[in-house]
Design a protein around this ligand. Sequence first.
Ligand code: NAP
Length: 247
Amino acid sequence: MTDSSSNKIAIVTGASRGIGAAVATRLAADGFTVVVNYSSEAAPAEALTREIEARGGRALSVRADVSDAQAVRSTFDATEAAFGGVDVLVNNAGIMALAAIADTDDASFERQMNVNLKGTFNTLREASRRLRDGGRIINLSSSVVGLLQPTYGVYAATKAAVEAMTSVLAKELRGRSITVNAVAPGPTATDLFLNGKPEELVERLAKLAPLERLGQPADIAAAVSFLAGPDGAWINGQTLRANGGII
Ligand SMILES: NC(=O)c1ccc[n+]([C@@H]2O[C@H](COP(=O)([O-])OP(=O)(O)OC[C@H]3O[C@@H](n4cnc5c(N)ncnc54)[C@H](OP(=O)(O)O)[C@@H]3O)[C@@H](O)[C@H]2O)c1
């Protein structure tokens, strides 16, 4: 546990699996008290919370769909009630549905907008009102904002919007010593990336980066840890692409 991070409280959205779970684990190891948010299945979030506590950390799992503004407010309420305040927000909850724009139905467009964009807006609005001075906000974007491949149109659009809000909010929080940054992973070995992709496609995509492998959730968590911790203090309003050099 590092002195500078002990007694600081971090909310990580979508932390029951994948990158969010790795971020929660890493921030707990860094000394943060961690709120493990999820929207559907409680069991993995509760298991992660117990794991963090077994290692001597403090954690709480909170169910909330980030696309629901009231549920987001309740998550901040629950965090303040349990731990006294919020210092760090990691906006990680996200979904991806790939299809050509011609083949994207309204429901798929709305789901991705609601979770990735409105969800991020909901948590950013709450954090900008309630984060303690000196806090950190880290949004998860994606390197597809640079790659812009076919079938990623709606998903990439939600993440481009997240990057825009990142830079705007960094300026709006002038005077409060709160940094706002985004981390934009490339292909990373989680359900979101792997589900529905044949093995040969996964292997081909893994080789695209000059480092010739998929990112692991811990690789992304390390970048988030840097931005949340003391060494990231001077980075503000930026998007850090953590992708093995794919773009
Ligand atoms: N994996 C990649 O290659 C990659 C690349 C670039 C960017 N990203 C971004 O990284 C972030 C994490 O992705 P991942 O790959 O770790 O995804 P994942 O393995 O599918 O995990 C997603 C997490 O988000 C939660 N979640 C989904 N919808 C939610 C909602 N409405 N409210 C609250 N929580 C919700 C899920 O929990 P429940 O199931 O309980 O809802 C789960 O814990 C996303 O923003 C994604 O866009 C991923």
